[in-house]
Design a protein. Structure first.
Length: 371
């Protein structure tokens, strides 16, 4: 394992905020002598599979993570001027359970907590924390915000809550990013970590690949906020250091805190998530007890649909076609897939909800099954 590993990285899937192309990240990591790198996009995991495959291609270990948005109150609270603020938190998957829990948290953020951003809250974070490593995040993290606002006791309370939930897998994150507030935050974060016996970890919150890419990132932010580069009041980062730095640069800056560097390697070694491709993974569809197999139930639905559409005595041509199509579906292992899709299409059809098929194959089966 290399001397340092980046654990806070934004790809192009941090939409209009991350300028790192996924295919470039493992290549750059390899060039800099790092054999692992993380992906922690804002609120989403859209780039996970592409990132995993790109890392596998380059022989670089992928670390799957996300920088989630945490609601100030409940994820269900959505009042203007109160709940449109949120804090950041880095979550990294240690294992398959961690990956499943991270996926669950991100989904909950969109389905239940969406208000300006896909938000989770402390309730679901505690419920789905197993298999996850937690970092306190950037200046937008709750610990950082409390410290910068002079609320030291609140910062301690927040840090202790996360330590209680994550145990040894909770880290106070310090950064080298050229932002003035970060220097002050680092001093307070280090003191807090030492006082509460919480390990430090060094990151750089990389939004672009190289220092010279900072201008391109500013353009990206202008597109996001609807501003021009000539606008004085446009959103900008007062730094050009949010890039994928070399281990040497990170080690030099944090030479007084070697444990913060060493912990990046420790965390990388703990994170081992693998994906298996080449076969279909579907949820189980519960069929009535009187049917021995899912296929038997599926065939019964098809038989009923054929009779509803073509009468009690359909032609042999229609029956032969149905048998052929059923054979293809069974051979491909798509019986449950068709049952699941039939279920929600049937619901839509019986509740006057418009729905339309995408291709002739769906057209024929929906035609027979759902009318």
């Amino acid at each position: 394992m290399s001397k340092f590993v980046h654990l806070h990285i934004h790809s192009e899937f941090s939409l209009l905020d991350g300028a790192n192309r996924i295919k470039d990240l493992p290549v750059r990591a390899k060039e800099l002598g790092m054999d692992a790198i993380a992906i922690t996009d804002h609120g989403s995991m859209y780039g996970t599979i592409d990132f995993y495959k790109a890392c596998q291609k380059e022989g670089v270990k992928p670390i799957i993570g996300c920088e989630v948005y945490v609601a100030p109150r409940s994820r269900f609270d959505k009042e203007p001027n109160i709940d449109n603020h949120y804090n950041h938190l880095i979550l990294l998957a240690k294992n398959q359970q961690g990956y499943q829990n991270l996926s669950k948290l991100v989904s909950i953020g969109f389905v239940e907590g969406y208000y300006y951003k896909p938000r989770i809250d402390l309730e679901v974070l505690e419920k789905y924390h197993e298999g996850l490593i937690c970092l306190s995040a950037c200046l937008a993290g709750s610990v950082n915000q409390a410290l910068l606002n002079g609320q030291n006791e609140k910062a301690e309370e927040i840090a202790l809550w996360h330590k209680k939930v994550f145990g040894e897998d909770y880290y106070i994150e310090i950064q080298n990013n050229g932002i003035k507030e970060q220097v002050l935050a680092n001093q307070k974060l280090i003191a807090l970590a030492r006082k509460l016996d919480i390990p430090l970890v060094a990151t750089n919150d990389a939004h672009y690949l190289k220092r010279e890419d900072a201008y391109n990132h500013e353009v990206l932010l202008c597109i996001q906020t609807g501003k021009r580069m000539s606008d004085i009041d446009r959103m900008r980062f007062e730094t050009d250091e949010l890039y994928v730095k070399s281990p040497e640069e990170m080690i030099e800056y944090f030479k007084a805190f070697p444990d913060a560097i060493e912990n990046t390697v420790k965390i990388a070694e703990q994170c081992n998530v693998d994906f298996e491709f080449g076969h279909t993974i579907l949820p189980n569809y519960d069929v009535p007890e009187e049917f021995p197999t899912h296929y038997d139930y599926f065939k019964k639905l098809c038989d009923d649909g054929i009779k509803n559409r073509y009468g009690e005595n359909p032609s042999q041509e229609i029956l032969d076609r149905m048998e052929y199509e059923l054979g293809v579906i069974q051979k491909m292992g798509y019986v449950d897939y068709f049952l699941i899709v039939w279920d929600f299409i049937h619901y839509a059809k019986t509740h006057n909800i418009p729905v339309g098929p995408r291709a002739w194959f769906w057209c024929w089966f929906n035609y027979c099954l759902c009318y």
